[in-house]
Ligand binder design. Structure first.
Ligand code: PLP
Length: 495
C-alpha cells in the first residue's frame, strides 16, 4: 500500500516519499508528514535478532513505499558501512544504571551522520524515480556541524555536487579544519566574510532566484536542500530508537513490552520527533524527555503552552542546540492540532509575525508524554565532571545537557524506570569544553594536545575523524563576501 505525504499547512497536493525527499519543504512552506504513521509489522522479538541494517530496512520500508526492496537495501548498505567505526553502528553503553545510546560512530563523529550518510543515496534514487535528469546541487549554510556531516555524506556520490558556505572565523578551528580538508571531487567549501545569518540569508536568496534556476536547468543542474526538515532525514532517525529497544531486549536488559524513557538533547526538534514517531509506531516508550541548554525556548513551551522566540540568543558550550526556532516542532503542533492544517498555519504565521504563539488547552493535554527541562552551563560542566569522576565515562557537552536534565527529572519524580540517554556527539568533537569541565588545568593546552590527553584519561582511541584532520592538507580555500555568493555558485558550476 502506498503511503503519501501531505503538508502541515494545507490538505491538498499529496506527494510520494521520493517527491517529498526531492522537494524538502512543501510549496506552501509547510513540512511533509506521512498521511498516517505506520505501525511496526514485525515483532520486537524478531527485530531483536536483526542487525542495524536489517532493522533499518524493516522501519524505512514502511515510510518509503515507492522505493523497491532492492533500492532501499542498496541505500541502507551504502550508508551504514565501514564509515562507522563499529559494526553495531549505534552501540549502547550502560553506565551507572543508565543507557547511553552512542550516535557518534560515523564519519564526522556526531549524530547528524545517522541521517546524512543515507540522505544522498535516498536523493539520487528519488531523482531517478522521478525522471530528474539534472545533477542535484546541495546548497548549505552551516555554523559548523551540519556542513561537515553533509559534505561527508555527499562526497563522491554520483549525480550530486555539494556547496557549503560557512562564516569565516565564525566556526571553531577544528570545525573549519574538518571542512576545508574535505575530500571528494564534487565538494566545494566557501568561507564568507560575515556571520552565520549572512550565509543562511545568502543561501535562501539563491534558492529563490528564478533567473539562476533557469540558468541552472539549462546547464543540467538543480538545487536541493539537506536540512533537517527533509523527511529523508527524519525517517532514518526513527530506526535507532527501534533498534535500541530491540537491542536492550536482546541483551536481557528489559522484558518484552516493558516501557522505557528516552532523553534527547534538542535543538531543531528533529531527533526527539523521531523518538515520538518510534513511540507512535509501537515501540514501548513511556516518556520523551526534551533537554535544552540555556536557550530554553522548548522548556518554556512545554511548561506554559507558549512558544516564544523573543529573547536573547545565548552562545553555549553545546552550540548545535543554540537555536531559537525549532523547525521540526511544527510537525508535532500539526499532530496535536489533530491534523488541522489551517490551525497550524495560523500558529506558524503568528510565530513569523510576532515571534510567539500559544496552543489551546486541548492541544496541551496531548503533550503529557513529553517532559521538558534545561541545563545551565554550570550544570552541564558539572555533569561531565561528576560522571567522569564516578565512572571514567566521558560525554560531550550536548549529551551532558541530556544527562543533567535526566537527573533533574529523577530528583523531581523519583521515577526509576529504565532510561535511554541519547548521546549525540563524541567528546572528541568538543574536546576543549569537555576537558575544561573535567579540570580547569587544561585551559591553556593546545587543541590536539587536549585530544591526546582525552584519549589518555578516557582510555579510548582517538577517532579516525580527528586523526585525519591532524595532518590533513587544506584543499578548499575559496572565500567571498556575503553579497557575492550567487556569483560564487555560478563560478563553481561553470555557468
Ligand atoms: C544537531 C545536534 C543536536 C540537536 O538535534 P535536533 O535534531 O536539531 O534537535 C544535538 N546534539 C548535537 C551534537 C547535534 O549536532
Amino acid at each position: 500500500m502506498e503511503l503519501l505525504y501531505k503538508s502541515t499547512r494545507s490538505d491538498h497536493a499529496k506527494v510520494t516519499a521520493s517527491q517529498a525527499i526531492l522537494k524538502g519543504l512543501a510549496e506552501d512552506g509547510g513540512l511533509y508528514l506521512p498521511e498516517k504513521i505506520p505501525t511496526l509489522n514485525c515483532s520486537m522479538e524478531a527485530l531483536s535478532k536483526m542487525t542495524y541494517q536489517e532493522v533499518a530496512y524493516e522501519v524505512m520500508k514502511l515510510y518509503l513505499t515507492d522505493f523497491t526492496e532492492e533500492e532501499l537495501k542498496q541505500c541502507i548498505n551504502s550508508a551504514y558501512d565501514e564509515k562507522f567505526d563499529t559494526k553495531e553502528i549505534v552501540p549502547i553503553r550502560k553506565v551507572n544504571q543508565t543507557y547511553y545510546l552512542e550516535l557518534f560512530h560515523g564519519a564526522t563523529i556526531a549524530f547528524k551522520d545517522m541521517a546524512l550518510s543515507i540522505l544522498p543515496h535516498l536523493m539520487t534514487v528519488s531523482a531517478k524515480k522521478n525522471q530528474v535528469k539534472n545533477e542535484i546541487v546541495i546548497l548549505t549554510a552551516t555554523s559548523g556541524d551540519t556542513g561537515k556531516a553533509a559534505l561527508a555524506g555527499f562526497a563522491d556520490v554520483e549525480g550530486t555536487k555539494i556547496i557549503v558556505f560557512y562564516p569565516k572565523g565564525g566556526v571553531s578551528p577544528i570545525q573549519e579544519k574538518q571542512m576545508v580538508t574535505q575530500k571528494g571531487k564534487n565538494t566545494y567549501v566557501v568561507g564568507i566574510h560575515g556571520n552565520f545569518d549572512d550565509a543562511q540569508n545568502g543561501v535562501k536568496e539563491i534558492f529563490g532566484n528564478q533567473k539562476l534556476k533557469e540558468q541552472m536547468n539549462q546547464a543540467g543542474f538543480q538545487f536541493s536542500s539537506a536540512n533537517s526538515i527533509n523527511i529523508g532525514r527524519l525517517v532514518p532517525q526513527i530506526v535507532y530508537y527501534v533498534y535500541s529497544y530491540a537491542k536492550l531486549l536482546a541483551e536481557g536488559e528489559i522484558e518484552n513490552g516493558e516501557t522505557i524513557h528516552v532523553v534527547v538533547p534538542t535543538g531543531n526538534f528533529g531527533n526527539i520527533l523521531a523518538a515520538f514517531f518510534a513511540k507512535e509506531m509501537g515501540v514501548p516508550i513511556a516518556r520523551l524527555l526534551c533537554a535544552s541548554n540555556e536557550n530554553k525556548v522548548l522548556y518554556d513551551f512545554f511548561s506554559t503552552g507558549s512558544y516564544n522566540k523573543n529573547r536573547e540568543f545565548i552562545l553555549t558550550s553545546s552550540p548545535s542546540m543554540d537555536i531559537l526556532i525549532s523547525s521540526n516542532l511544527e510537525r508535532l503542533i500539526y499532530k496535536i492540532a489533530r491534523e488541522d492544517a489551517k490551525a497550524n498555519q495560523e500558529l506558524m504565521l503568528s510565530l513569523k509575525e510576532n515571534g510567539i504563539y500559544t496552543i489551546t488547552e486541548e492541544m496541551k493535554t496531548q503533550l503529557k508524554d513529553f517532559y521538558g527541562n534545561y541545563a545551565t552551563e554550570e550544570e552541564t560542566e558539572k555533569t561531565i565532571q561528576q560522571l567522569y569522576e564516578k565512572t571514567g565515562y566521558v560525554i560531550d557537552t550536548h549529551t551532558a545537557v541530556a544527562a543533567a536534565v535526566y537527573k533533574k527529572y529523577q530528583e523531581e519524580t523519583k521515577d526509576q524506570k529504565k532510561t535511554l540517554v541519547v548521546s549525540t556527539a563524541s567528546p572528541y568533537k568538543f574536546t576543549r569544553s569537555v576537558m575544561n569541565s573535567i579540570d580547569k588545568k587544561y585551559s591553556n593546552m593546545e587543541d590536539f594536545e587536549l585530544v591526546d590527553e582525552l584519549s589518555r584519561i578516557s582510555h579510548t582511541a582517538v577517532p579516525k575523524a580527528i586523526e585525519e584532520i591532524r595532518n590533513a592538507n587544506v584543499v578548499h580555500d575559496r572565500v567571498c563576501n556575503a553579497n557575492q555568493m550567487t556569483e560564487m555558485v555560478q563560478e563553481i558550476l561553470g555557468i
